[in-house]
Design a protein around this ligand. Structure first.
Ligand code: ATP
Ligand code: MG
Length: 583
């Protein structure tokens, strides 16, 4: 907990202010002392030199005190910033970690609904606004209260009327800064939004450069970019104009206040109500109050923004994962999969993706799931690894309802090769060993061989240490797919699900992989989802999915004899294959 840090921070604020508000008193005494001594010197007949010498010594003492007090004030101000700003950074760190952990627990449905930019914004921008509130905003507010009380007390003690002249302009100053700040914040937000538009635009033109060049759209893209840039320029000029009146305005107000103090104070000195030193003292108080009072306007607008951000953060933190982990059975997986009258409707779009699906894959069997695009195959795979829960019916793994398993435990023993391959910007070795207990090269090589990618990896100059992705080598679609297969195999799972994992490889490579996989998959339960019909692999059974429902089911020969969807797919494929081989 940061309670002690915050408490000591406030203590430092108090000490810093005590020393700060003490210095005007030193100055007042010094000024009074000098004016008195000078009077004495003027009226003295002899011993002038002695008196002047005395004055010099007194002044030196005042100077020493002033410096000592200022140093102490500086020390405590430093400690104050150190503790409070550090606390705010620590809290920022805590919130970020909490959010990251929370994000990790949320299910696919959440990620489908919220875009990445929004997630990133909340974890960076919003958290930093909250930090600004906890840190600077809180610190300056506490500082202001402290300083205000001490200064006001000191001034009223001297002369309450003159104190009023100092205090009356303050609320106006604060309000003015507040209004200016809001304008500036609004302006910079617009600017930020425009900047992110420009960045997205630029990013898209870079990553989509092949499409842009192929369609000869460079000019159009440039024109679009230019328009956005002009808008950005206009907004930043506006902002600069507002910002440029900021300090002159403060100086103007303060200058007017000082003139009033000198004028009114001068009259009071004439009347003998206050001393010359008091005027010097008051001007110092005024200068001292200016910064915190203007910071108040700033702090208020920071607080408002932080409140909005906190709300946005809370909104995400309150999202509960819909896939819950209640029972948490953690026994070893044998590997049978069963769907019982499963219906699935996507919560965000209402698309009815699976309709009354029932089947049972016994342990150790290899099934193919075949179907046209959009028929619901990936949905079936997602339900098997519990990315979503079935809307109706139940999914059972080893005869136990999937909701009763500990999800993490279950997923550890399942291998999924998703349709949209994702590799991390890491080395090939680490990508293959991702999620495995040990990360050795031998391991990576073994599974790369199983996935028929070893030979190609060997060709890269850095071999298995080749970095994948933006910073490294660009792999072909088929290479990525096979590394993704190696990654799933490396977990040595009891259940393996391959979602359309050979769509990007040529027929020749496909046959090689089929042969390899045939051996690797022996003894495992596997679900192989595909558009194409793998002729080399033996399947225990083939399910044909159509529009979310099971249309046909049986062995290859049975399905061909049925002369339905499967037979049609098979014939079409055979026809294209002979066509390509002939050409
Ligand atoms: N995240 C999602 N949110 C809403 N609807 C979805 C989502 N994913 C898929 N769908 C819809 O569910 C249906 C089944 O999609 P699914 O991805 O399971 O098909 P598929 O058989 O895997 O197709 P393909 O062979 O093209 O990969 C489609 O109509 C699709 O539009
Ligand atoms: Mg799919």
């Amino acid at each position: 907990m940061h309670r002690w840090r915050v408490l000591s921070g406030f203590l430092f604020i108090l000490l810093a202010n005590l020393f700060k508000t003490y210095n005007p008193t030193v100055v007042r005494n010094a000024v009074n002392n000098v004016s008195e001594s000078l009077c004495n010197v003027g009226s003295a007949v002899n011993g002038k030199d002695y008196l002047l010498g005395q004055l010099a010594i007194t002044l030196l003492i005042f100077l020493g005190t002033y410096i000592a007090v200022a140093l102490l004030e500086g020390l405590f101000t430093f400690l104050m910033r150190q503790t409070i700003i550090v606390v705010s950074r620590l809290m920022e760190y805590d919130i970020k970690n909490d959010m990251y952990n929370h994000y990790q627990q949320l299910d696919l449905a959440f990620y489908r609904k919220n875009n990445t930019g929004d997630l990133m914004n909340r974890i960076t921008e919003d958290v930093s606004r909250v930090r600004m509130f906890i840190g600077p905003s809180l610190m300056y507010s506490a500082n202001l209260v402290c300083m205000f009380v001490l200064c006001t007390a000191a001034m009223i003690h001297v002369n309450w009327k003159l104190a009023l002249f100092v205090l009356i302009p303050m609320p106006f100053l604060s309000l003015l800064i507040y209004m200016l700040n809001n304008r500036i914040n609004k302006g910079s937000e617009e600017l930020q939004a425009k900047l992110s538009d420009i960045t997205t635009n630029a990013q898209e033109s870079y990553s989509g450069i092949r499409v842009i060049q192929a369609y000869v759209q460079e000019k159009a893209m440039l024109g679009f970019f230019g328009k956005e840039s002009d808008e950005y320029k206009r907004l930043s000029m506006n902002l600069a104009k507002i910002e440029s009146v900021y300090f002159p305005l403060i100086t103007l107000l303060v200058g007017m206040s000082i003139s009033i103090i000198v004028y009114v104070g001068g009259i009071y000195v004439g009347d003998g109500k206050i001393t010359l030193g008091n005027i010097a003292e008051f001007i110092m108080y005024l200068n001292m109050l200016t910064f915190p009072v203007s910071a108040l306007g700033w702090a208020v607008s920071l607080t408002q923004r932080a409140a909005v951000s906190m709300e946005r953060i809370d909104h995400f933190m309150d999202v509960r994962p819909t896939v819950l982990n209640e029972q948490g059975i953690t026994q070893d997986l044998k590997g049978s999969i069963e769907f019982r009258n499963v219906d699935f409707i996507y919560p965000d779009t209402g698309i009815h993706a699976l309709k009354n699906v029932s089947f049972r894959i016994p342990q150790g069997q290899r099934w193919a799931i075949v179907g046209r695009t959009g028929s619901g195959k990936t949905t079936l795979a997602d339900l098997t690894v519990r990315m979503y829960d079935a809307t109706k019916g139940e999914v059972l793994i080893d005869g136990i309802n999937i909701r009763d398993w500990n999800t993490g435990h279950l997923r550890h023993q399942m291998g999924l090769v998703p349709q949209d391959v994702f590799l991390f910007s890491e080395t090939i070795k680490d990508n293959i060993n991702f999620g495995a207990v040990s990360s050795t090269l031998e391991r990576a090589v073994r599974y790369a061989e199983h996935a028929s990618i070893h030979e190609e990896i060997k060709q890269f100059p850095q071999g298995y240490d080749t970095v994948v992705g933006e910073r490294g080598v660009t792999l072909s679609g088929g290479q990525k797919q096979r590394i993704s297969i190696a990654r799933a195999l490396a977990k040595d799972p009891s259940i393996l699900i391959l979602d359309d994992c050979l769509s990007a490889v040529d027929a020749h490579t496909e046959r090689r992989i089929e042969g390899n996989l045939d051996k690797v998959l022996a003894g495992k339960t596997s679900m192989i989802i595909t558009h194409r019909i793998f002729s080399l692999m033996r399947f225990d059974r083939i399910l044909v999915i159509d529009q979310g429902a099971i249309a046909e089911s049986g062995t290859h020969d049975e399905l061909l004899a049925l002369r339905g969807i499967y037979a049609e797919l098979y014939e079409r494929q055979a026809a294209t294959e002979t066509a390509t081989e002939a050409s």
